[in-house]
Design a protein around this ligand. Structure first.
Ligand SMILES: [Zn+2]
Length: 252
């Protein structure tokens, strides 16, 4: 759920859905992406506490490739924010044996109610990050320090280092090097940075390569431990798990 939008075209006045009143439902709000002219409206499932924004009118939907176009299922009440550890989750994703993460059963309350669990997957974290402004903090870490996208680009003047999720697209032209087992993408929309995915496993490389080829025009969400490559403005990460890559609105 996108939990904020802007009141004005210039995107100077942020507005949170949870602060809305009933009468705000008829108003048009602006998509968080400054380059998108979608008309956003307040929606709510059951009252103000679960209100969110959505481009509900077909003739005023998001521009193609807008980072807020994909359906977003994040509901804050379903996840335990206080036990979310961004660094740990991204590290766990890069372990070949994921059983320790997967088998974590929800802890039951004394009254039998299940505790909500922290965010665990690339998609879950990405959707959470898209729900809030990039200056918003989720368990004390700002969204912009978890996700590099158009909104947070200004926070990365020298590049992207460490554990990060990145909203990217496949690089135009030949984006793969089968000998080196590398794939190339670019991020964010400005294409300022080149991203190199490095593989040790041939079948994983081929699998991801084919999927990206079919989804060249889609947004690709990458989670990795980024470091600078030999080239200026080019950064690389190792891919050991499929779960590090999510294609939005994927074509099979
Ligand atoms: Zn949009």
């Amino acid at each position: 759920m996108v939990l904020y939008a802007y009141i004005d075209r210039e995107r100077t006045k942020k507005f949170y859905a949870k602060e809305a009143l009933k009468e705000d439902k008829k108003k048009r709000y602006y998509c968080p992406s400054p380059t998108c002219d979608a008309h956003m409206y307040l929606c709510s499932v059951d009252g103000v506490s679960s209100a969110y924004f959505s481009a509900t009118r077909k003739q005023h939907s998001h521009r193609q490739g807008c980072g807020f176009e994909a359906s977003n299922n994040f509901k804050p009440q379903n996840f335990d924010e206080a036990s979310f550890d961004f660094e740990n989750v991204l590290e766990a994703m890069r372990k070949l044996n994921k059983s320790t993460v997967k088998n974590k059963k929800s802890i039951l309350h004394k009254n039998g109610e299940a505790h909500s669990k922290p965010l665990r997957t690339t998609r879950q974290i990405y959707e959470m990050c898209k729900s809030y402004p990039c200056s918003h903090k989720y368990n004390n870490l700002s969204i912009g320090k978890m996700l590099l996208d158009d909104r947070s680009e200004y926070m990365y003047p020298k590049g992207v280092f460490g554990n990060r999720i990145i909203e990217s697209k496949v690089k135009r032209g030949i984006f793969y090097d089968s000998t080196k087992m590398e794939l190339r993408l670019v991020a964010p929309s400005s294409k300022k940075y080149e991203l190199i995915l490095q593989f040790a496993d041939k079948s994983l490389f081929l699998d991801i390569k084919n999927s990206l080829y079919k989804n060249r025009d889609k947004l690709i969400i990458l989670s990795g431990l980024w470091e600078s490559s030999a080239t200026f403005n080019s950064f690389c990460t190792k891919i050991v798990n499929k779960s590090q890559i999510v294609v939005l609105n994927k074509l099979k």
